[in-house]
Design a protein. Structure first.
Length: 332
């Protein structure tokens, strides 16, 4: 009986081999180290994070829609989301850190008002700028590298508010070609003036030359304070009257090649008008560089690129005809 009872007792628990205990400790220790590393990265590896008195922004450039945004951009939402253009609000005297990434293309980030950049922003890499917002005001930041058809809309606002004041809220800058109801290139109208008006928005000319060519867009540290207005093109072409302007538009509308005319049209001073028209076309084709007002200061952010590979000759005709149509002959 005693022998049988002893045989039915459960065996003592087996001891965990030392090697297994050591492996478990290594795994657990690795998990703790990973968690600690992640926490450290969030606080220290991302510049500015966790620093007292520092305002930090995470800004991503999305060339496909012409926007700098503080929204999270990833492989899932890049293709469908309408990213919000970022307006950066700080207080006068704040130290500002902006961590820059690109979701797709190469960009240059530039805040001429604080002589920040241009800074290269490459896909897959983070660039960081740091400065002190020592002057209250509303400043623009830009992409200064041609990054696609939405490039000219790829800018935003930095609002620096003085102590005791309320921040202003400048208008959103949104790429017209990326709006949900925007026409695509294939839908450009054939009618000359309508085509020119749409191209003016679609190609971003409006961002430098103002709504309806009215000008007045600042270009910091440029020898030309603002890019030229286009609602005075009729005057610049030396057109003498509204009738001559309408005749020129009709001429261009019906004759894509002005060199093929059988005889000169009945437009006052036509040889001069034609020479200046040709000169304006050439400026659009080859672009124009704006020099610095202060050679030691920042580069002017608004430079006109060569459009000869982005617009065909009929597009250029349409733009110039549209500019001619904007002139107010009553004000003169």
């Amino acid at each position: 009986m005693t022998q049988t009872a002893r045989q039915s007792e459960p065996p003592p628990p087996a001891k965990t081999p030392r090697r297994e205990r050591l492996a478990a400790a290594v795994v657990f220790g690795s998990m703790v180290l990973v968690a600690a590393a992640v926490a450290w990265y969030g606080k220290a590896a991302v510049p500015g994070t966790g620093e007292e008195g520092v305002v930090v922004f995470e800004l991503t450039g999305v060339g496909a829609s012409g926007v700098w945004t503080t929204d999270e951009v990833n492989g899932l939402n890049y293709w469908w989301k309408e990213f919000e253009p970022a307006t950066l609000y700080v207080r006068e005297g704040d130290e500002v850190v902006i961590n820059l990434r690109s979701a797709d293309l190469f960009h240059n980030f530039y805040i001429p008002g604080f002589q920040v950049g241009p800074v290269d922003v490459e896909p897959g890499h983070m660039a960081t700028v740091r400065f002190r917002a020592e002057r209250a005001g509303v400043y623009q930041y830009y992409c200064t590298s041609m990054c696609g058809t939405c490039h000219f809309y790829m800018r935003g606002w930095l609002v620096v508010t003085a102590a005791g004041e309320e921040p202003v809220h400048p208008p959103r800058i949104v790429c017209q070609r990326c709006l949900p109801d925007d026409a695509d290139d294939e839908a450009l109208p054939e009618e000359l003036l309508a085509r020119g008006a749409l191209l003016y928005l679609d190609r971003g000319c409006v961002t430098c030359h103002g709504p309806e060519g009215q000008g007045g867009v600042p270009n910091p540290n440029s020898t030309i304070e603002t890019p030229p207005a286009h609602d005075t093109t009729a005057q610049k072409l030396f057109l003498a009257s509204e009738e001559d302007a309408e005749a020129l538009i009709e001429l261009v509308r019906g004759h894509p090649d002005l060199d093929a005319l059988d005889e000169p049209p009945e437009i006052s001073r036509y040889p001069i008008v034609r020479a200046r028209w040709d000169n304006a076309e050439q400026i659009i084709r080859t672009g124009r560089y704006t020099a610095k007002l202060d050679p030691t200061g920042p580069e002017p952010p608004l430079q006109m690129p060569a459009w000869q590979h982005l617009l065909d000759e009929r597009d250029i005709d349409a733009l110039l005809a549209y500019f001619v149509s904007l002139y107010d002959w009553e004000v003169g």
